[in-house]
Design a protein. Structure first.
Length: 79
């Protein structure tokens, strides 16, 4: 994920008090989230939109056949 981000990315996470700024910080944040969930369930993409400058997707976190946390993610590209 981090490799696809701009150097000046602003990553807003509802569960963080402040936005996460910069490619390195965002990559570290995402890697820590993956490590915390390793072996504890799966991430399922439910819907994906498309667009030239922005898109969104809906997802569900599943564990042992049970559905858990659901969310949506919006991604906007630079010019």
């Amino acid at each position: 994920f981090g490799e696809a981000c701009a150097d000046d990315i602003v990553y807003e996470d509802r569960y963080q008090t402040d936005p996460i700024l910069g490619k390195s910080s965002v990559t570290q944040h995402m890697c820590s989230k993956v490590a915390a969930r390793n072996g504890k369930g799966e991430f399922r993409l439910d819907r994906i939109t498309d667009g030239k400058k922005a898109c969104g997707f809906a997802w569900t976190y599943t564990c042992e056949g049970e559905e858990g946390l659901r969310g949506t993610t919006f991604v906007e590209l630079n010019d």
